[in-house]
Ligand binder design. Structure first.
Ligand code: SAH
Length: 249
């Protein structure tokens, strides 16, 4: 018997950032459709729509037609409670990294509470650090270390396969799954918090805007790892406002 498509539609979206080759967009749509995912968001694609994308989609044109095109990554993920960057590289400042399997399981658990995004970078340059700043986790497909870069659509295929496996496992063993009842704050609220934090740190002289170093990146990493909920973010912003008032008085 064939496994069912997702009985509960989970909002696990695939976000492709700055894709150069339209063929990869089509192949990614095809990969998604085979694994039961439907929501594709394209951030500033170099060429879209295109006949090449449609040809490579091979019957997944419904996914391409419904694909949303955004100018910035922030727009694509604004309502997401969990954003997972997919990367071929390990970087200087280690983001919390998990393998594709663990990422698939985390995404499926989280998606029952809020939308989840998997973000993929440009074919040549991958995800920039600025793009990774929006990610709470990084997913890596464990390749051999000296030849680690998959074709973009192949990476989408592996990640979406893991999402499907995690969904099927969850349906079979729903009662064994640990439920998290906390809904983490959406990206938009986190961004407002980071702006407020940066402002306050500079007002109290902790952050020198002329020499910011990696402070904000490190702090983002800390708070993204914690995945605070809306109440917690408001609480933190209340503390910042109190510091600002005291500093001005
Ligand atoms: N030269 C780039 C590779 C880009 S491949 C780099 O070094 O980052 C295009 C995209 O495919 C990547 O941004 C990433 O999202 C995905 N990808 C490729 N290989 C991957 C891997 N081993 N694990 C996870 N994602 C991968």
């Amino acid at each position: 018997m064939l496994p069912p498509i997702f009985p509960i539609m989970l909002d696990i979206r695939i976000v492709l950032v700055g894709t150069s080759h339209p063929g990869n967009i089509g192949a990614a749509a095809r990969a998604m459709k085979t694994m039961g995912l439907t929501r594709l968001i394209l951030v500033s694609p170099q060429i879209f729509p295109s006949a090449e994308a449609t040809a490579r989609a091979a019957g997944a044109d419904d996914i391409l037609h419904a694909a949303q095109v955004c100018v910035t990554l922030e727009e694509a993920i604004a309502d997401c409670g969990l954003v997972i960057g997919s990367s071929a590289r390990s970087r200087h400042l280690a983001w919390p990294t998990m393998d594709a399997r663990a990422a698939g399981m985390l995404a499926v658990t989280q998606a029952t509470l809020s939308p989840v995004a998997f973000v993929f970078g440009n074919e040549r340059t991958g995800l920039t650090n600025k793009e990774l700043d929006h990610c709470q986790r990084m997913a890596h497909i464990p390749t051999r270390p000296d030849y680690s870069s998959l074709n973009l659509a192949a990476a989408v295929q592996v990640i979406t396969y893991e999402v499907r496996m995690a969904t099927l496992a969850r349906e079979g063993h729903a009662s064994n799954q640990e439920e998290t009842s906390r809904i983490s704050a959406p990206v938009l609220e986190m961004e407002r918090f980071y702006t407020h934090l940066e402002q306050t740190l500079s007002e109290i002289g902790f952050l020198d805007p002329a020499r910011p170093r990696l402070l904000m990146r490190r702090l983002r990493r800390l708070f993204n790892r914690a995945q605070p909920d809306t109440v917690e973010v408001n609480f933190l912003r209340g503390i910042l406002s109190a510091m600002q008032r005291l500093n001005k008085s």
